[in-house]
Design a protein around this ligand. Sequence first.
Ligand code: UT7
Length: 334
Amino acid sequence: MKQSIVRSTGRFLPDRVVTNDDLAAWMDTTDEWIQQRTGIRERRWVSGEGELGVSDLGLDASKIALERAGWTPEDIDMIIFATLSPDIFFPGPGCLLQHKLGLSSTPAVDIRQQCTGFLYGLMTADAYIKSGYANRILFVGAEIHSTGLDISTKGRDVTVIFGDGAGALCIEGDQTAGNKGVLACSLHAQGKYADALMTEAPASRLNPRISANMVEEGRHYPTMDGRNVFKLAITRLPQVSKVVLDQAGMSMDDIDLVIPHQANLRINQAFGQSMGIPEDKMFHNIQRYGNTTAGSIPIAIDEAIEMGLIREGSTVLFAGLGAGLTWGAMIYRF
Ligand code: UT7
């Protein structure tokens, strides 16, 4: 059977570094509070000048991945774009990126699974590849959170955790790959918790979808029941990781690296402790980038490859939980 092989990766982070002290100048927070509760020291935010959308960040990451794979845009059979922060309400950034790559009719799919956008996206790519419909897929996970955050004290619990960034992967079907690619995966959603982390407006269930009053009330900003999401994460990430280890017939000893979604360093430390994962097998970069949601695992993969932590044959456990509620885990061999 064909396996979905990551041929190359790329990432793009905006140049502008926003430190915890920068945030403390706009809202009632401190570097100490943010580092203690989240591990985050700084994040990247777009400059906010001009019109720069998430498809532009995705384009920069894609150009690097395409060059490393030795592909031209015309080699791509399909684009899969995961984000919760589309350039515009519709159409989605997959179509916008397709045009920016100079393509005329290559299909583009958007994934709206937030923090698990990478897990759902890679499974979608894998299904298209195994069905024979597409063989070369460009996957992008990217976010621009910064233009949609409440930088007053009212929004401090959410605003301090989010950053902007993009990661891209060139994924190709390979008949001769053997025991590589997706070895196990478990995906979940529970809409019951949709309002635990959401941005309400603009909303088709409201008429009008957005109004001056709603903006006044801040209903266009994300809201989060942080404690609840935290509790759900530290129980479900280990549960779902054990499921994929069982599926693959593996133990943690068979895993070379764990790349969890970068939502909060404390969540990932608790996850690591409850699974008995040695510190040197756990990948963290949230300290520098904050939570880039659909961008977080793709950016981390690109960095881990650059650092020599992922090589040909490395077996990696990915896990994530976030808005939806959605969560999942995957074992992937490079
Ligand atoms: O990737 C998407 C999924 N999201 C997550 O995984 C996020 C999960 N949740 C979290 O990471 C944490 O809940 C937060 C980092 C968001 C918050 O940390 P916490 O330890 O759960 O704090 P808390 O919400 O329980 O708030 C504790 C106190 C409150 O003050 P009082 O009521 O005790 O006086 C908050 O008002 O901290 C206050 N607070 C802050 N203080 C300074 C909340 N945000 C801030 C802030 N700076 N930025």
